[in-house]
Ligand binder design. Structure first.
Ligand SMILES: NC(=O)c1ccc[n+]([C@@H]2O[C@H](COP(=O)([O-])OP(=O)(O)OC[C@H]3O[C@@H](n4cnc5c(N)ncnc54)[C@H](OP(=O)(O)O)[C@@H]3O)[C@@H](O)[C@H]2O)c1
Length: 283
């Protein structure tokens, strides 16, 4: 499954499961990526804001697998809402990673984190940041460009003025919190939806109904949750630095029956992400 691909609207292939690297720092990030690539992962998700782009790239180099076989995503930090700042930040990512191109770069959020969820949608700033991504794409620095945490109105803002269409929207999407309308809207506009926090940032381990269903299938909770996203046509990005967990998450060649998918689709949402509620994306 980790070798299977989705094809983005611009013809670029992206492996169906990516390794999330948020909150994996320093040597741990390098080792995690090296191990993941050895296990067979060919898609790694990082971000400027994770502070580990250099280590992620070092892990890819240390794996011994050719750079061209690995799909690397990074995210333009949410604070860049002007052309010059965004253009400089894109070049900084390339420099930090020591790469001549990035496979996918996405705007991390339509709003800077301290404005996340506010009524100010930063429409003009996002069009400027997008123009910088378009120019980097046209210059061959980035193979595909996209969005993250973009609502319908934010997507429309980009589509209204772009010369290169976005091909991805990376959003929070997991069992018990699946934003049906936004997924449909994104897909209707030609965007592949990537599902971040597929295990609910770990919160889904507390759900007894999911635990019971996972047991019936003879799989782990993360396997059930990852398979759920895949069966919805979403690209899951499970995070782990543990090689056993990486192997487990890649082993999802089973099928969740329709009636169980219905149960998972209708599961009560997580009310509170615990300590993670401090992060804007879980508020
Ligand atoms: N675009 C955005 O704004 C955004 C926001 C959030 C996340 N993301 C992306 O999505 C990725 C994943 O989201 P996330 O980090 O919030 O959390 P997640 O993948 O939903 O859950 C991670 C948690 O699940 C555990 N886990 C994973 N696989 C496991 C397994 N097989 N067995 C046991 N435990 C397992 C991990 O523990 P161990 O580490 O101990 O394995 C960790 O505690 C991020 O790393 C990032 O790349 C993007």
């Amino acid at each position: 499954m980790i070798k299977e691909t989705f094809t983005l609207a611009n013809g670029v292939d992206v492996p169906k499961i990516g390794l999330g690297t948020w909150l994996i720092e320093g040597n741990d990030a390098e080792n995690a990526v090296k191990e993941a690539v050895k296990i067979g992962y060919r898609h790694i998700d990082t971000a400027q804001d994770y502070g580990n782009e250099g280590e992620v790239a070092a892990g890819i180099k240390a794996s011994g697998v050719s750079r061209d076989e690995i799909f690397v995503t990074t995210k333009l930090a949410a604070r860049y809402k002007d052309y010059a700042g965004a253009a400089e930040a894109i070049d900084e990512s390339l420099e930090k990673m020591g790469l001549d191109h990035i496979d996918l770069m996405i705007i991390h959020s339509p709003q800077p984190w301290d404005h996340f969820g506010s009524s100010d949608r930063f429409f003009e700033g996002n069009r400027e940041a997008w123009r910088a991504l378009e120019d980097a794409h046209k210059a061959g620095k980035i193979r595909a460009i996209g969005l993250s945490n973009f609502a319908a109105q934010d997507i429309d803002n980009i589509l209204s003025s772009c010369t290169v269409k976005p091909v991805v929207n990376q959003i929070l999407a997991h069992v018990s919190n699946t934003p049906w309308d936004l997924i449909q809207y994104s897909q209707d506009k030609g965007l592949l939806v990537e599902a971040y926090s597929p295990v609910g940032h770990g919160e889904l381990f507390k759900n007894e109904q999911i635990a019971e269903m996972a047991k019936q299938y003879g799989v782990s909770i993360p396997q059930l949750c990852i398979r759920y996203d895949l069966q919805l046509g979403l690209l899951p990005l499970p995070k782990t630095a543990n090689p056993d967990h990486m192997k487990n998450n890649a082993d999802v060649d089973f099928v969740i029956a329709d009636k169980d998918m219905e149960t998972l689709k209708n599961m009560a949402p997580i009310e509170d992400y615990g300590e993670a509620s401090a992060f804007p994306v879980f508020q």
